[in-house]
Write a protein that binds this ligand. Structure first.
Ligand SMILES: *Cc1c(COP(=O)(O)O)cnc(C)c1O
Length: 298
């Protein structure tokens, strides 16, 4: 992707309005890693793109929803690197494109989009394989949840260690959101701190996350807790409480949240910090994705 392999680094700063009588809150600005690419994806692509370049695939297939941050982000790097790709998208081709979907169509072009109906969706991988038979093919699964993205995702753990040294403290609690869970699993594996990880599962249940944790394997000694959001629990669902959080954090902290991941992470993190009387330094990892806000009425 680039000639110089510089480290991926984002800053941390105080998140004062989230403080409680027993804890001081901080936010890690992985949202600042990319304007068009969400932070957690930016890290995954650091190892995924070099892999895709080295293998000289004749076709790369991306699987996901029309509003996916991964589809939008990875499309940008595939175009930049002149790699051949096609998008197999779950969605309605007749609906007006807004938000991430509109931007994806701008980047990838409508001719690269292969719409897959909801009825066909469970078979999407088999369909992609059949339609690209005979080609040297790579299928990027939903959320770029693949082994080739793990090395890049691991940079988050090292970078939090760097933040701790730079600000001269250790984080006692770290809150992170999970979609496929790959980013959180990489953090569990690579974490060098002494803190407790709090993982908010936006898309899957505890069982699915633990299954994936076993599949990606490795040992880790970090204590962690899994949660499902109590508000707007199903993946992609948005309600007035979510939009209110976005308005509040924008006005009090100057930070843009996205409705699918970070707004729910902040809502749950605030609630858990208060309800369980967390002590010490609390870090919220803001993985970005706020471009998707453009598809919503705020
Ligand atoms: C993709 C994404 C996630 C989920 O990452 P996983 O590795 O799939 O768990 C979380 N937050 C944002 C902003 C994302 O774009």
């Amino acid at each position: 992707m680039q000639e110089v392999d510089y480290p991926i680094h984002s800053r941390v700063h105080r998140l004062r309005s989230f403080d409680t009588p027993t804890c001081q809150c901080w936010v890690k600005r992985d949202d600042e890693l990319g304007f068009g690419i969400s932070g957690s994806k930016f890290r995954k692509y650091r190892s995924l793109i070099p892999y895709l370049l080295s293998e000289h695939f004749e076709q790369i297939v991306l699987i996901g929803g029309i509003h996916s941050n991964n589809i939008l982000g990875l499309s940008q790097l595939l175009v930049e690197n002149r790699l051949p790709f096609k998008l197999y998208l779950r969605g309605d081709p007749d609906r007006l494109l807004v938000g991430n979907g509109l931007l994806t169509a701008l980047i990838a072009g409508k001719t690269r989009i292969r719409w897959v109906s909801r009825a066909e969706w469970p078979e999407v991988e088999a369909i992609a394989k059949l339609e690209n038979e005979g080609k040297h093919l790579f299928i990027v699964p939903e959320g770029a949840c693949c082994l080739q993205a793990v090395e890049g995702a691991l940079t988050l753990a090292q970078d939090i260690g760097r933040n701790e040294r730079e600000v001269g403290l250790t984080f006692d609690h770290v809150f992170i959101d999970a979609g496929t869970g790959l980013t959180a699993i990489a953090l569990l594996k690579g974490f060098t701190g002494t803190g407790h990880l709090h993982i908010i599962l936006m898309a899957e249940d505890e069982e699915a996350f633990l299954g994936r944790l076993r599949a990606f394997g490795g040992s880790f000694s970090v204590p962690f807790t899994l949660y499902k959001p109590q508000n707007a629990a199903s993946f992609g669902s948005v309600n007035e409480r979510v939009m209110q959080e976005i308005r509040d954090v924008a006005a009090t902290e100057g930070i843009l949240l996205d409705p699918i991941y970070s707004a729910k992470l902040f809502i749950e993190g605030r609630r858990i910090s208060i309800d369980t009387k967390l002590k010490g330094n609390v870090l919220f990892v803001h993985g970005g994705g706020a471009l998707s806000l453009m598809g919503f009425k705020i």
